[in-house]
Design a protein around this ligand. Structure first.
Ligand SMILES: [Zn+2]
Length: 501
């Protein structure tokens, strides 16, 4: 018994042997330094770091200064700033006129799209009901505004409208409108919500190249009825009469005018990049990333600033401290064999835009990019882990490279002993986190990734996501597992292989 135990101890001792050199530099990632960085990155002065805003520019300057002061060099693009130009599109006015009456209020209609008309457009409006093949066989929608009927206001109905609208556009319809059955009083709340979703958006596309095409009007029952000069009950009857032949032909087309005004401008933003050149394998690059944009200022409530201390101030400052630790190791003669690109990206909250821009314009070829370790929200504890051991959600590590997964697991067992939670690693998990942060743009390009994440908590995307709620000891511990895994990726003899697709 004793002997066996001794052997077990021996085995485990060798399996968990720590390398004192690596530990020395990992320990440079401290709760105090993370707190110092985050107190600036997530302060009210930075106004929630909205993409392209003054606050985000302040964060960018702070990050550039930090990269320089710890000894990172300029990457091959020649600057710590990698410009990312984004288009901002905002609908400023959208209305429909039927006869002499103009409709524009949210209880009358909502325009969903981003396509300017440059003045008023007059079209014949035609009622197409549910747009069945049988109906569309006798209705001519070419050069007309097609009004679709759906049973009720819901996201599902909305999705089916979008599919039908593509068909109608293909048949020559110039504008799509939709009206829903159900209770008339449901319209305003739904329209208000839809308007909120389409308020303004940023994209990498040029203005007016919106994937939404010409967009679509959602109409109240009353406005649809006014446009078509037909009581709404009669419209519904035409849709729902199964016995009738060509029922929709009975609804006469009618003239309407519509107009959409859009304001477009270019937002100049940037990814922040700092470089640590490797030694004998310097052409191979590890990318460590976090997003430094957040959602800015909101218009309601006493505290209006979304500080984004956890999302993703926590990841941003972890990148800063990883940079410091690796740079110090290099100064002491322990520089990585492979190169490391430290990157804080912009536009994540607007649709992973900064990382998309990077993979479309990589500073170092993606074929030479060994892995991306992405850190997005690592400073908090979610309700599922209240009172439980220190943990982190690990997502995506096994999707492309078995070795990457093993390296991360082994380093955790050897050094950090966090409880790894793989709940969100399931690609069928409804939260779909594998595709919800910047690593996804790398994974799409076959670059193995790990996404480190702390879970969803009650302050997510709220002004209460503040520095005071961050657990800095836990943040440092999570930063260290990223460090240890990155260290091995950068220093091992063989580049990890992609053995899965
Ligand atoms: Zn985030």
């Amino acid at each position: 018994m004793k002997k066996l135990l001794f052997i077990l101890l021996l085995v485990s001792a060798s399996a968990f042997a720590q390398d004192a050199t690596v530990t020395k530099y990992a320990d440079l990632i401290t709760p105090a330094d993370l707190k110092e960085n985050l107190s600036i990155i997530a302060s009210d002065a930075l106004e929630g770091r909205y993409t392209g805003s003054r606050g985000q520019k302040m964060a960018a300057a702070y990050i550039a200064n930090h990269f320089e002061s710890v000894g990172l060099t300029l990457p091959a693009n020649g600057s710590y700033y990698m410009p990312v130009e984004l288009s901002s599109t905002q609908v400023t006015d959208a209305f429909i006129k039927a006869g002499t009456t103009k409709y524009a209020a949210v209880n009358e209609l909502v325009y969903m799209g981003q396509s300017a008309t440059n003045g008023e457009i007059s079209l014949e409006a035609i009622f197409v009901g549910k747009g069945s093949d049988a109906d569309l066989a006798y209705l001519n929608v070419k050069d007309k505004a097609a009004i679709i009927y759906v049973d009720q206001l819901s996201f599902d109905a909305f999705r089916s409208i979008r599919k039908l609208s593509t068909t109608l556009h293909d048949k020559g319809a110039q504008m799509i409108l939709a009206v829903a059955g159900g209770k008339p009083e449901d319209f305003t709340p739904f329209a208000t919500m839809m308007k909120g979703f389409t308020r303004g958006s940023l994209s990498l596309n040029k203005p007016n190249a919106s994937p939404m095409g010409k967009g679509m009007f959602l109409l109240s029952q009353e406005v649809a009825s006014k446009i078509l000069n037909t009581p709404f009950a009669k419209l519904e009857k035409a849709v729902k009469d199964p016995a009738a032949k060509k029922p929709l032909a009975k609804i006469k087309p009618s003239r309407m005018v519509y107009s959409v005004s859009v304001e477009s401008k270019i937002i100049k933003s940037e990814n922040m990049v700092g470089f640590l050149e490797g030694t004998d394998k310097k052409d191979e690059v590890i990318v460590l990333s976090a997003h430094f944009d957040h959602i800015g200022i909101q218009h309601e409530g006493e505290d209006k600033i979304n500080n984004g201390a956890d999302d993703d101030g926590s990841g941003t400052v972890t990148i800063l401290q990883l940079a410091k630790a690796f740079a110090q190791a290099k100064k002491d003669g322990h520089g990585p064999r492979r190169s490391i690109l430290f990157m804080t990206v912009t536009g994540e909250e607007e649709g992973l835009l900064g990382s998309q821009y990077y993979v479309e314009h990589p500073i170092y070829p993606l074929t030479s990019t060994v892995a991306n370790l992405n850190i997005d929200m690592v400073g908090r504890r979610d309700p599922e882990h209240a009172g439980k051991p220190d943990y982190v959600y690990v997502i995506g590590s096994d999707k492309l490279s078995s070795e990457l997964h093993e390296i991360n697991e082994r380093n955790n067992k050897t050094y950090t002993q966090l409880s790894f939670d793989y709940t969100y690693n399931d690609e069928n998990h409804p939260s779909n986190l594998y595709k919800r942060s910047d690593h996804w743009n790398f994974a799409k390009n076959n670059v193995p990734i790990i996404f480190y994440f702390d879970g969803i908590h009650e302050d997510y995307h709220k002004p209460s996501d503040e520095v005071s709620k961050i657990d800095f000891d836990l943040l440092a511990k999570r930063g260290k597992i990223v460090f240890y895994t990155a260290w091995e990726l950068a220093n091992r003899d063989n580049r990890i292989t992609v053995d899965k697709k």
